[in-house]
Write a protein that binds this ligand. Sequence first.
Ligand code: UD1
Ligand code: CA
Length: 453
Amino acid sequence: MARVPLSIVVLAAGKGTRMKNGRPKVLHPLAGWPLIRHVLATARRLEPDRLVVVLAPNMAEVEAEVRAFAPEAGIVVQVPALGTGHAVAVARPELAATGSVLVLYGDTPLLATETLARLLAERERTDSAVAVLGFRPHDPSGYGRLRFADGELVELVEERHADPELKAVGSCNSGVMAFDAARLRILLDSLPLRPEKNEYYLTDTVALAAGRGWSCRAVEATAIEGLGVNSQRQLAELERLWQERRRGELLDEGVVMPAPETVFLASDCVVEPGAVLEPYVVLGPGTRVEAGAVVHPFSHLEGAVVEAGAAVGPFARLRPGTVLESGARVGNFVEVKATRLGKGAKANHLTYLGDATVGPGANIGAGTITCNYDGIAKHRTEIGAAAFVGSNTALVAPVRIGPGAIVAAGSTITRDVPEEALAIARGQQENKAGRAAEIRSRLRRKAAERGRP
Ligand code: UD1
Ligand code: CA
């Protein structure tokens, strides 16, 4: 069967005043991604012919996010914001004239692509004017309810207008609705302005369609998929649910996580089956942990790749651009940024490696610092294969340590060290025989003088 054209509208013009921090609601992060990116990612997986995002004026940041993540999306600006029905009406010129129109809300990020596909299929199969995605959340307060008569969906009732019985038994409106494009036009043209909020409600399309004798259908989603974010409290709750769901998926795929409830993941993290994430690990955006790699407790990774057999932590921080090749090891209180550690290279304690390459088998002693920043620009440090950098060394970049070279502990290295050379760059030590007793008696004498009245 040839697919009918699919247009998707994402509504994101709401001010999000209930978030109480002045930021556009859809930019608030969930699992390291702005809310709207979750919705756009889901929308794109449906391969729509048209994708349109409705924004309010002065939402440059949201617009930049849409253009960066979904450059194919059209952007329309809704002025003034007169409700969800009005928002779709504003987007109408950008939509295909036939086929299906799917409306998503920028503040509803947990939807599964398969659920949306099921909703679209149901609308198309029954040739209905509207198909609504209902769900039964743990706490239904704030959601509109689906009202059925003789088994047919006949109305969406906003919570404030719902009677106690409907509130108690009704399935909730996720806000996700699929329309027949041609009939949507007619419905939008006849939406009433609701005086209580001075808005056109998209939800009113259902009663209008039913009134014309057009079929309306409902499809049920899981209890969490339709959850929207209106407040900080709900955002935190969705973060919890997102994390719980993702950890479950990774466990099912074979990731080892003895205390999954303490592990935090970002949307685009890749964790391969057989990787080990020990308790209290945070994986930020752009992280990849391969099979057989181990991340020990209390480590924070972002934009880092940990290859098979590499180990991180406990108490390590890997920042963007870090790559640990197989068998590499980064230990406690080590920070790594934009640095590649070759196979079997080690930085086990109290070290900063920034803008560096560390050759295979090299050993970086405790307290080593790459001095990569001169206050104006960043510079690189190259450490050759099997080099040994002694403890408490400052490597003042740009600088190269040749393969197999040894740097003596406590050195401040400002010039390149040739292959296989020994570099010592520190003050000379002098030992003065017997001087300890002499110093002690002088110190005691002074102390006694101070003690006299
Ligand atoms: C809406 C639904 C409610 C449903 C709930 C699901 C209506 C009238 N009510 O209520 O039945 O249970 O979502 O989460 O639709 N927006 C615009 N332009 C506007 C107004 C809103 O683009 O003029 C966007 C918002 O940015 C948001 C979405 O539409 O992404 C929903 O708006 P919101 O104010 O959050 O609606 P709810 O009160 O949650
Ligand atoms: Ca909402």
